[in-house]
Ligand binder design. Structure first.
Ligand SMILES: Nc1ncnc2c1ncn2[C@@H]1O[C@H](COP(=O)(O)OP(=O)(O)O)[C@@H](O)[C@H]1O
Ligand SMILES: [Mg+2]
Length: 258
């Protein structure tokens, strides 16, 4: 069966009908701060007064529940002609971990594809200003499918570490996105992951390629002690950095709409 014939693909488009903007948070590899930035960005947009959803699609290492302190063993999702995301304050959270619990999914490509389509086609988001998606690293088949289904409403963000080794893969990812006619909002450089010294170098090398830099997240030794508690997360330096970035995202999206 081709993707287009799969009725779930139609359901996915129905499920996101009332979502205004989808922000996939991407990177060329794991460990660069995608989950942390996705979580902080959701908190920041929520503080800005927007209706926000956060979807954890990292099948191999889902971590949004840990960052937000959600106990997946006891978390139960309400069903109502579909599945309602968990509500953490005003933020609607859905994660593959709510279904897999803490077991790594022993799935092959096609099974994985099926599980993730199922997840997207059952989740009832309702009306949202922003749906932030913590993406699996790289441009795997799953990532490409997500980009395809969400295409119309999507403004991806690319996270880069502050490391010379991050420059080429980040530029390549941005180039690939442009080739498939996606328009990334820009790159966030995470100074907490990678070295401080090369930051200026990384910044210049990426900007020279005409890729916009959305902002920088400061190194924050206090993050680890704050995971699991949204109040504490909102008091971190990393949160202040992401709040500034979220304000510039809000502004650039507003400008596009006007
Ligand atoms: N700005 C930062 N300052 C300090 N540590 C950070 C920062 N951003 C991320 N980290 C740390 O880096 C690690 C990877 O972050 P994570 O968000 O899980 O990345 P990813 O989702 O890309 O794998 C975590 O241990 C996290 O605490
Ligand atoms: Mg992650």
């Amino acid at each position: 069966m081709s993707l287009e014939e799969d009725p779930r693909v139609y359901s996915i488009s129905v499920r996101i009908r009332e979502v205004s903007t989808i922000i996939p948070v991407m990177s060329y590899k794991g460990g660069v701060g995608k989950s942390t930035i996705s979580a902080l960005l959701s908190l920041a947009l929520d503080e800005g007064g927007y209706k926000v959803g956060l979807l954890d699609l990292d099948f191999t290492n889902p971590s949004i529940h840990r960052i937000f302190g959600i106990d997946i063993e006891t978390a139960t999702l309400r069903e109502e002609k579909g599945v309602l995301p968990l509500e953490l304050g005003n933020i609607k959270v859905m994660s593959v971990a709510f279904f897999t619990k803490d077991n790594t999914l022993p799935l092959r490509g096609s099974e994985l594809d099926s599980v993730f389509k199922e997840l997207l086609s059952i989740t009832i988001w309702g009306k949202l200003d922003f749906l932030v998606v913590d993406m699996p690293p790289g441009l795997s088949d799953i990532a490409l499918d997500v980009l395809k289904y969400f295409r119309e409403k999507m403004r991806p963000i690319i996270v880069s570490a502050s490391s010379i080794l991050s420059v080429a893969p980040t530029i390549n990812l941005a180039k690939m996105m442009r080739e498939i006619k996606l328009n990334p909002l820009g790159v966030i450089i995470n100074r907490g992951v990678g070295t401080e010294e090369v930051y200026e170098n990384v910044l210049r090398s990426i900007a020279e390629r005409g890729i916009s830099i959305l902002g920088t997240v400061e190194k924050d030794g206090g993050l680890d002690a704050s995971y699991g508690n949204t109040l504490r997360l909102r008091r971190t330096r990393a949160y202040s950095s992401v709040k500034k970035i979220s304000e510039s995202i809000e502004a650039s999206i507003k400008k596009e709409i006007v």
